[in-house]
Design a protein around this ligand. Structure first.
Ligand SMILES: Cc1ncc(C[n+]2csc(CCOP(=O)(O)OP(=O)(O)O)c2C)c(N)n1
Ligand SMILES: [Mg+2]
Length: 555
């Protein structure tokens, strides 16, 4: 057996049932090995490595399993980097297997096929663990180690580099190493939990902020919030941790208003970047952050107490401790009602967006997944998309990467074939990935691409016009006929111009479970972009994003 066959068999032995990739000469022994095990592993070859990586991202995000990909060195690897970058930002367990030239040529500069100086150095800045296989003996164990590392602790992409001579060589020991993926969570101190329970119990208005790291702890966070009577503000990646209809569930806009009034904040699996850099803090606010990644506890300039632990485990420990300090939940319902009224009034001008997003959710149902690109309605999702369960609203998080949604949605549908998956994307973003309609047809991936076709990079145009005296440039788009384009791939498509027509089309495609394109020709009547930059509500902030945050008037 050669190294390539070991890789193919090692993937199968470790439960990798789907692999996204594009072949090439450095990878030939691996693809030949995959040919032999194709009953055990599904190979999805997309049309560009950005699609490969984003599909692996989507697959991992949908299943919680490691999303695996295989790309050639140099251009193939570089094409995949955006997907790795987003995986790093969104804590997605991904395995990037990248080809490499023969070991003798690495770093030589002689100009071998696909040569990229310091490819492994580039990978290092995108992944949590990076290795090159230096001899055949370690191939199987490093593959297992890579998989194990991706799914333990703070889940993130990992990178394993496979020199072409290694994968061609015969391997004497063909035993396959199996990754040990059982949880390896940090153990927190009992006294820290005790103190936190006391602080939360004695707070007048405790506020929980739940981020992407909290989505696996829905049940315990709900119990904890109900015991305390504490509102739960959800960050973009944390949306759905509590069902949006729960009386203690708040969006960012509500959380921003509650942040002004809170005396103790418990941040669970969240960076707290926007609250600290935009919303502000002062001495009357005590902030505690819980994170599985110790480095996250000390990044921010504000005084923050930290607990190094996994959110569900910490929340459960708090639930046990709280009764010693608390008889009944605090009652802040008066504050909640007034916050909800304020939020409702402020969102009233965004009724067009609310109607469209409400329609989408009604059609795809509670379990249905909406994957969003960086189109204007994406910003409105933060407040106006009903989200009932974690990971049923998926964005590229703080990367805000144009072209993210189409391929991610396809990867998610591969991972969750029984759930409707819709991609909401602008005419700009869709053209980053239009070629992957071919992949959707070839592999029967029935995702609906809902294109908001407004003829431009409208979000950017709006900002340039408003903040830079009407000096918008480079924002108009001459588009193809999206329906004809889709149909040429064999994808059903329709043009619609009203929400009612969009609903009919979406309902039809979702119920028939077919790949489809909806070309929604419309203009967003009111920009929701301000939802990304909520105002400063406490006295101290170190700086704020792009100067777009409304400053608090000095008292
Ligand atoms: C990879 C990448 N390039 C550029 C940008 C900057 N950018 C943000 S929004 C946007 C326009 C998006 O246009 P479209 O997809 O048509 O959505 P619209 O704003 O018109 O709703 C651009 C260019 C980005 N976020 N990501
Ligand atoms: Mg547009």
């Amino acid at each position: 057996m050669n190294g390539g066959e070991i890789v193919a068999r090692g993937l199968c032995a470790n439960g990798i049932d789907t692999l996204f990739g594009i072949p090439g000469v450095q990878l030939d022994p691996i693809f030949a090995g995959l040919h032999d095990v194709q009953d055990d592993i599904r190979i999805i070859h997309a049309r560009h490595e950005q699609g490969v990586a984003l599909m692996a991202f989507g697959y991992a995000h949908a299943t919680g399993k490691v999303g695996a990909m295989l790309v050639v060195p140099g251009p193939g690897f570089l094409n995949a980097t955006t997907g790795l970058l987003i995986g790093h930002a969104c804590n997605t367990p991904m395995l990037c297997l990248a080809g490499q030239s023969e070991r003798q040529f690495i770093g030589s500069g002689v100009g071998v096929l696909h040569e990229l100086n310091n490819q492994i150095g580039i990978a290092e800045s995108l992944t949590k663990w990076t290795r090159r296989v230096e001899n055949t003996d370690e191939l199987s164990s490093l593959l297992a180690k890579a998989i194990e590392t991706a799914c333990q602790g703070r889940t993130r992409p990992v990178y394993l580099e496979l020199p072409s001579d290694i994968v061609r060589m015969d391997v004497s020991d063909t035993a396959l190493t199996i990754a040990d993926c059982k949880a390896d969570n940090p153990s927190f101190k009992e006294e820290d939990i005790d103190k936190l329970a006391r602080d939360l119990a004695s707070a007048k208005l405790p506020l929980i902020i739940a981020g992407g790291g909290a989505t696996g702890a829905s049940e315990s966070i709900q119990t904890l919030a109900e015991m305390l009577g504490a509102p739960v503000g959800m960050s973009e990646n944390g949306m759905g941790t509590l069902d949006c209809r729960h009386p203690l569930a708040f969006t960012q806009l509500g959380a921003n208003k509650l942040w002004a009034k809170a005396d103790v904040v418990l941040g669970l699996g969240t960076r707290l970047y926007a609250p600290i850099y935009n919303w502000g803090w002062d001495d009357a606010l005590y902030i505690v952050k819980v994170d599985i990644d110790e480095e996250e506890l000390n990044r921010l300039p504000a005084p923050i107490a930290g607990i190094h632990g996994e959110c569900d485990e910490v929340a459960r420990a708090l639930i046990e401790k709280l009764p010693a300090y608390l008889d009944k939940p605090g009652d802040n319902t008066g504050i909640f009602t007034s916050v909800r009224n304020e939020v409702k009034n402020e969102l009233a001008p965004l009724s067009q967006a609310g109607e469209i997003l409400g329609s989408i959710r009604n059609i795809i149902g509670k379990e249905g997944i909406l994957v969003v690109d960086v189109t204007q309605l994406n910003h409105a999702c933060l407040e106006l998309l009903p989200v009932y369960k974690p990971r049923t609203y998926v964005s590229s998080g703080y990367q805000g990467a144009l072209g993210f949604a189409p391929c991610t949605a396809m990867g998610m549908k591969v991972g969750k074939p029984d759930v409707p998956v819709v991609c909401l994307v602008g005419d700009g973003g869709f053209m980053y990935a239009a070629q992957e309609l071919a992949t959707a047809v070839q592999f029967d991936i029935p995702v609906v691409m809902l294109i908001i076709n407004d003829g431009g990079y409208k979000n950017v145009e709006g900002i340039l016009n408003n903040a830079y005296e009407g000096r918008a440039i480079a924002t108009t788009l001459t588009n193809p006929d999206f329906c004809k384009l889709a149909e040429s791939f064999g994808v059903e498509a329709v043009t619609v111009t009203s929400n009612a027509e969009m609903e009919n089309a979406l309902e039809d495609y979702v119920s028939r479970n077919v790949p489809a394109v909806i070309d929604f020709q419309m203009q967003v009547s009111e920009s929701p972009f301000w939802l990304r930059f909520l105002p400063q509500v406490r006295s101290t902030i170190p700086a704020n994003d792009f100067g777009l945050v409304k400053k608090q008037p000095k008292a």
